[in-house]
Write a protein that binds this ligand. Structure first.
Ligand SMILES: Nc1ncnc2c1ncn2[C@@H]1O[C@H](COP(=O)(O)OP(=O)(O)O)[C@@H](O)[C@H]1O
Ligand SMILES: [Mg+2]
Length: 267
């Protein structure tokens, strides 16, 4: 039976989406059947993989409000609302890399699901129907600890916590660990922290090395040995709708995520 992994940190810009995409892509390269789920209303993962994106957003260049497309693409929002199954909304990006896109509508889910009994368990129930069909399911979280992230924490076997080796890296981590503890107690007794991943790491910077040491001192063995170095190709790939293995297979970013998968699969 497949593993379900949540990539969680309520801080933005720490490498959650980049990790979800490229960890998933690296697993798919290894022949695993992979499902990625975008649970962030910003839909960065969906856009990154060329699988839809937020509708009706204000484009940055113009003041125009982009008209919502006539046929609004289906997304994980429809799944949470109970109108669609995961199978009905997923996009087969390749044979063994499937994606459940997000949409801006997801930002309303917190409010809309407020009165639903068992609202923290909606994703878990929806996933139970497809779990067997994948070797690994990886879920990208929004930068908050609201209902969407709680749904992820309740649904997964393990979380990967990306942290950036910068000033205030551990800021908010206590709150995150407390939330994980609470979800473990109430909804998901088997939930474990699979690993802490140091992202956007620049080993040439003394501060980055010092912060990485602090992170390792704080989390001990939970920290992956493999770090993800700062690599411009990782930042460029999304604009091309590509994973790092498609965009720059010989980059350090591709090397780091491939090595991370080795570490995860071989312990
Ligand atoms: N290792 C890296 N090297 C260079 N840029 C990166 C790296 N990881 C992420 N980025 C870039 O940093 C920004 C934040 O990363 P992202 O994965 O979107 O974080 P989050 O999902 O936690 O907000 C994005 O522009 C992304 O392309
Ligand atoms: Mg993100």
């Amino acid at each position: 039976m497949g593993t379900v992994i949540g990539v969680v940190n309520q801080k933005g810009g720490v490498g959650k989406t980049t990790t979800t995409v490229n960890l998933g892509a690296a697993m798919a390269e290894r022949g695993k059947r992979v499902l990625l789920i975008d649970m962030d209303p910003q839909a960065n993962l969906s856009t990154h993989l060329g699988c839809g994106g937020p509708e009706g957003t204000v484009s940055e260049e113009s003041e125009d409000i982009t008209e919502p497309t006539e046929q609004v693409p289906e997304s994980v929002y429809d799944v949470l609302k109970g109108n669609k199954t995961i199978k009905e909304v997923l996009i087969e990006r390749s044979d063994n890399l499937h994606v459940v896109p997000s949409s801006l509508f997801l930002s309303a889910a917190d409010l809309e699901l407020g009165g639903v009994v068992g609202r923290e368990l909606i994703l878990k129930r929806a996933l139970s129907k497809v779990r067997d069909e994948y070797d690994v399911i990886i879920i990208d979280c929004p930068p908050s600890l609201g209902l969407l992230s709680l749904n992820v924490l309740a649904a997964v076997d393990q979380v990967i916590i990306p942290v950036q080796s910068e000033y205030l890296a551990l800021h908010g981590v206590r709150q995150l660990l407390d939330t994980i503890d609470q979800v473990r107690t109430v909804y998901n007794p088997e939930l474990v922290v699979g690993g802490v991943l140091i992202c956007l790491h620049d080993n040439r910077k003394r501060l980055a090395r010092a912060v990485a040491d602090t992170i390792r001192a704080y989390f001990g063995d939970l920290v992956f040995e493999q770090v993800i170095r700062t690599n411009v190709s990782l930042a460029e790939a999304p604009a091309n709708g590509q994973t790092i293995f498609e965009y720059a297979p010989r980059s350090s970013g591709a090397e780091d995520y491939a090595a991370l998968v080795e570490e995860i699969l071989n312990g």
